[in-house]
Each structure stands twice: as C-alpha cells, then as structure tokens.
Design a protein around this ligand. Sequence first.
Ligand code: ADP
Ligand code: TRP
Length: 320
Amino acid sequence: MRILSGIQPSGTIHIGNYFGMIKKMVEAQNDGELFAFIASYHALTTVREKELLEKNIFEVAVNFLALGMDPKKSTFWVQSDVKEVLELYWLLSNHTSMGLLERAHSYKDKVARGFQTNHGLFSYPVLMAADILLYDSNIVPVGKDQIQHVEITRDIANSFNNHYKTDILVLPEAKVDEVVATVPGTDGAKMSKSYGNTIDMFGTKKGIKKQVMSVVTDSKELHEVKDYTTCNVYKLCELFMSHDELLALQERYATAGEGYGHFKLSLLEKINEHFEPYAQRRQHLLDNPDEVKDILAFGASKARKIASAKMEVIRNAVGL
Ligand code: ADP
Ligand code: TRP
C-alpha cells in the first residue's frame, strides 16, 4: 500500500497542518510505503518572492524531519526536483473538464475572499492529481479541505483510463481523521497560513503565547460559568489533552472563578510541552543546511526513478 501526501511551503507550518497532516504522515511510516513531498510548484500560486519561497521550503523540510520523517524509511522530496510531474499535469489537463475545476471549493473560496485568480490557481487540482497518480498512490492522508481534490483526482484518472481503455492510473482514496478534520484558528475559522489565524509549533515562547492569548472567545467574565462545547480554546485543548485532562478542564468551565485567560495558559503549557521534544533535532538541522539538502536530493532521486518509469508507461499509452 502506498501512502502519499504533500504540503505547500507557503508559510510557517502550524498546529492545523500538524494534526491535519504531518502527524498522520509520520505515523503512516509504520503502515505502508510513505511518499511525502514539499509542494513547491503549488506554493507558487501564493508565494511570489524568491527568498521567501527558498526559506519556506527549507523550513518545511526541517520541521518535517524534526517531527519524525525518516528519509531512510520513506521517500521525502521537493516536488519541483522531479519534473515528470509537469508532463503528467499536461497530459491530465486534456482529460479534465472546465466544469470539474469550476466546482472546486478551494478555488471558489479564494475567489470569494477576493484573491487575484490566475490559471495556476484554477488548474491547481490537476497538478495535485499528477502528484498523486504519478506515484500510484493508494491512500492520501489530508485535512477535510483537501478531500474534494482527491475526488477530482479520481475523476480525472477515471476519464483518462476510460478514454485509453486502460487501468494504468491507480485510483486513490483520501484518508481523513474526523477528530482533527478541521483545527480551528485563533479566530474560530479553519486555521490556515493564508488567513493569518495560526498557532505555530516552534515559534518563540513569546510569539506562541501571543497567538494563544488571541484565541477568540465569548465575553463571559470570571464569575460566570462557561460553555466548553462552543469554546475555541477547548477545541484546541482537545488536540493536546488526555481524556482525564479534558474532564478536569470541563469541570473548570462549569465552575465560576476562572476566566478564558486561565484556560488559555493551560493550553499554552500543553502546546509547549508537546513540541519541546522535537526542538533539539530541529535546531541541529537548522544549523546544518547541507545535511537537509542531501536528504532532499536523496529523496528526489528515489522519487525520480519511480516517476520516470511511470511516465514511460503513460507516454506510451497516449501515443507519445
Ligand atoms: P494552509 O491552509 O495553512 O495553507 P495547507 O493548505 O498547506 O495549509 O495544508 C497542508 C495540510 O494540512 C493539508 O493536508 C491540509 O488539509 C492540512 N490542514 C491545513 N489546515 C488545517 C486545519 N486547520 N485543520 C486540519 N488540517 C489542516
Ligand atoms: N493541496 C495540498 C494542500 O494544500 C498540497 C498538495 C499538493 C497535496 N499535492 C498534493 C496533498 C498531493 C496531497 C497529495 O494541502
């Protein structure tokens, strides 16, 4: 079974990425053959500054490796180091109807939020399909927002296979963990780099504190009893606390005397505690960028071998 997922280097990764995807990927290394890549081409839809893109790619690589990505066990590379994906993207484009892409939520959402649109953004799901299909992926662990992209991938693969009367493209399945399907941001909406509502994993203690303290709550005061079921702070605590710790926290919500600031400090403590063990490895990698480069080059060479063999077959199927 082959498991594949990608993450865009479009900004500092946050706890939504961690619980929605990175943690699952790291755990998946024990379940099957894991392919994980940094979606550098996809990031061009939002990151236009050369230095920033370079910095983001490096940082995502460092964070993934620090959090447990094992380059010996898995294949870990930068998307743009394996150019075959662009060739497949074009071949698939010819089997992708305009309507399919016009219905994509993430595209419609960006339009609704007033982002400038272009063809890269519109055809984003086709490149994602190429990522998935090039490596014969069976399972794609993603957050809820990406499910539709995996469905689009299946649609494209089906039309290609039907047209050429073949089964060379393997149909993938999205894997979503319902409990952490959508991690809320500090404003209560989906946590996202592009919405400026994130909580970092490895920021400075002060920075993370500022983010946690800015989580939006209602305006109940110390002497009032509070409702944990609708509280963003509680929702975030669910990611970090054990069952018993959560029961104790519910008690605190139900008892007057504490304010949201107190609950936020408990959350902050759990966040710092959770990521502390990874900090040392992360610092080592930050201090040794050549080591990171070598790991990525090694990953790209493993990925390229598979990608070029697959492209041979696909090229042949279409008559090229
Ligand atoms: P962002 O929205 O911050 O730009 P990406 O779109 O790069 O994040 O997402 C990278 C991965 O992390 C995807 O698999 C996505 O589903 C997951 N993810 C992102 N934000 C969240 C969230 N708030 N909750 C759960 N998963 C998330
Ligand atoms: N679109 C994904 C995201 O923003 C990133 C991505 C690109 C991806 N290609 C992929 C995820 C292939 C899974 C499989 O999160």
